[in-house]
Ligand binder design. Structure first.
Ligand SMILES: Nc1ncnc2c1ncn2[C@@H]1O[C@H](COP(=O)(O)OP(=O)(O)OP(=O)(O)O)[C@@H](O)[C@H]1O
Length: 230
């Protein structure tokens, strides 16, 4: 397995309209590793993720993904990078199963039947395969978006607060999936407010803040975001 960094962010400054939302951030994510971004509401975690995904131009510094400046339109980037952000990115007229088939087949997955059935099962959606998104609860819709991230090939998974709207069983199933992702060499960058998920999956964390973005161990980061701290 190549040890070359999957993401290298150096003094990456992110913001809107030329105004930074947090201090510059520097981190490296290697293959088979999980890095968490933690910090208070509005500290800038999602904004950093958007810059890493090429959805937002950095205000300063640099970020490379797979050794190249980010270009989210490039086929090689799209083939390797799967993301689930904090949005309702689904097609209202497609069923749960159709979403998963569309994603899997669009990315050239062979044996899509098995992959889709596995994701439906893993995310507790088997009974809802024929449902339209409007007929799902908000937690089930969230599970659909996460399932779509797992039915396609990827070397890097970027998740924005994947624990949101998931019950405890589903959170622990998600943690198992992310640990499995690491064990097969996949890398994960996630923003989270969940200390349990963080401890279960992350190798390191970056605390996003105004004055300084600090690199922490997963345990220290989990302690920093324990209920009542952040
Ligand atoms: N499209 C935008 N235009 C201008 N400002 C924005 C935009 N999106 C977010 N912001 C601001 O940027 C700052 C950082 O927001 P961001 O969503 O990155 O925080 P976050 O750490 O992910 O927060 P949370 O934990 O609440 O999800 C906030 O002050 C927010 O109001």
């Amino acid at each position: 397995m190549s040890k070359a960094p999957v993401i290298r962010a150096r003094n990456l400054l992110v913001g809107y309209g030329g105004e930074p939302v947090c201090a510059p951030v520097t981190f490296t994510l290697g293959p088979g590793r999980v890095l968490a971004l933690v910090g208070a509401n509005g500290s800038g975690k999602s904004t950093v993720l958007r810059a890493v995904l090429g959805l937002l131009k950095p205000a300063g510094g640099a970020v490379e993904v797979f050794g190249r400046p980010v270009d989210e339109r490039e086929a090689g980037f799209r083939a390797k990078v799967a993301s689930v952000l904090d949005d309702d990115a689904y097609f209202p007229a497609l069923t749960v199963e159709e979403h998963l088939y569309l994603t899997a087949r669009g990315h050239g997955v062979r044996g899509a039947d098995e992959v889709v059935a596995d994701a439906l099962e893993a995310f507790g959606l088997t009974e809802h395969g024929a449902s339209l998104p409007v007929a799902l609860s908000s937690g089930q819709r969230r599970r659909l978006l996460l399932a779509a991230g797992f039915v396609r090939p990827r070397a890097l998974l970027v998740l924005d607060e994947p624990e949101q709207r998931l019950d405890l069983t589903m959170r622990s199933r998600l943690a198992e999936r992310l640990v499995a992702e690491k064990s097969t060499g996949g890398s994960v960058l996630l923003a989270t407010h969940d200390p349990v998920l963080l401890r279960a999956v992350a190798d390191r964390a970056v605390l996003i803040a105004d004055d300084e973005c600090e690199l922490l161990s997963a345990d220290d980061a989990a302690a920093a975001i324990a209920p009542g701290v952040l």
